[in-house]
Write a protein that binds this ligand. Structure first.
Ligand code: AKG
Length: 269
């Protein structure tokens, strides 16, 4: 099946962000895409000062639009927004199916709290609360969902690996961690023999948080990669995994007698 990643130029104009999503998803559908991935916080500039202003309940304006667009174009649509629920804020990825139905909500499990002196300090936990469950859904294959910083936690990918063929991460790495780690982390899933797709906002040099861009799809090797401007990239998810998992059978070669990665709770999916 064909996967599309929309590297949206997100602005402070929410209505404009939403109408561009409508147009670009339609364009991706016209190219035969069956699963479309949008960037982290596609309706809002990325930053702790924006989350409360742009946050919505689910369902709400932005996710209602996702539902309609998924239904109109008969595809699975994945996108994250700042979510408000019972007075708390979350970074939440919603997945809609081809009938416009909400399939799951993944609330970012690992909040992005880093402090690199002189370079970057970011503390999502000042405004956001973490999610507490893993999230998978079924389409042409089983898909595991994470959001951005979740990508740094190999244990999550390893748990998803037991049942998924594709991992999707809406994300927004920055001009420091982007060049250093963005592609490397995705390609590290080679060890897990999975497809991994990441969707970044396009780069906006004038933004308070400048996203790296370079949305990517890998299967160990990079099979599609955007530049830093607004664009759509496509990848055809094929037989590769079944072949490589058989040829290099690491899942049956694990030394379960020596180590284990264990979920305390499985969450949805
Ligand atoms: O891990 C990183 O370097 C960036 C993470 C991030 O921007 C996020 O979690 O939104």
């Amino acid at each position: 099946f064909r996967l599309a990643v929309v590297q949206l130029q997100v602005s402070s104009d929410k209505a404009n962000n939403l109408s561009k999503v409508r147009r670009l998803v339609k364009e991706a559908a016209g190219q035969g895409s069956k699963v479309v991935l949008l960037p982290e916080c596609f309706n809002s500039p990325y930053g702790t000062s924006f989350f409360s202003k742009y946050a919505e309940k689910i369902p709400g304006e932005s996710t209602q639009m996702l539902s309609e667009v998924a239904k109109e174009n008969k595809l699975h649509l994945v996108g994250s927004i700042p979510e408000e629920d019972s007075g708390k804020l979350y970074n939440t990825c919603a997945v809609f199916g081809p009938e416009g139905e909400l399939i799951l909500k993944h609330r970012k499990i690992h909040l992005f709290d880093i402090d690199v002196p002189g370079k970057i300090r970011f503390q999502e936990s000042e405004t956001l609360s973490p999610g507490n469950s893993l999230s998978t859904f079924d389409t042409f294959c089983r898909v595991g969902v994470g959001i951005c910083y979740d990508m740094r936690f190999a244990e999550l990918a390893q748990l998803y690996n037991r049942k998924c063929q594709l991992l999707v991460y809406p994300g927004a790495f920055n001009m420091m961690t982007g060049p250093a780690h963005w592609e490397l982390l995705q390609r590290a899933a080679l060890d897990n023999q999975m497809y991994v797709a990441t969707a970044s906002p396009a780069r906006d040099e004038a933004a308070s948080y400048v996203a790296w861009g370079h949305s990517t799809v890998v299967n160990g090797e990079v099979i599609a990669k955007a530049g830093h401007e607004e664009s759509i990239i496509y990848a055809d998810i094929l037989q590769y995994l079944a072949d490589i998992r058989q040829q290099i059978p690491i899942s049956s070669q694990r030394r379960d007698d020596l180590y284990a990665v264990t979920a305390m709770q499985q969450g949805s999916g």
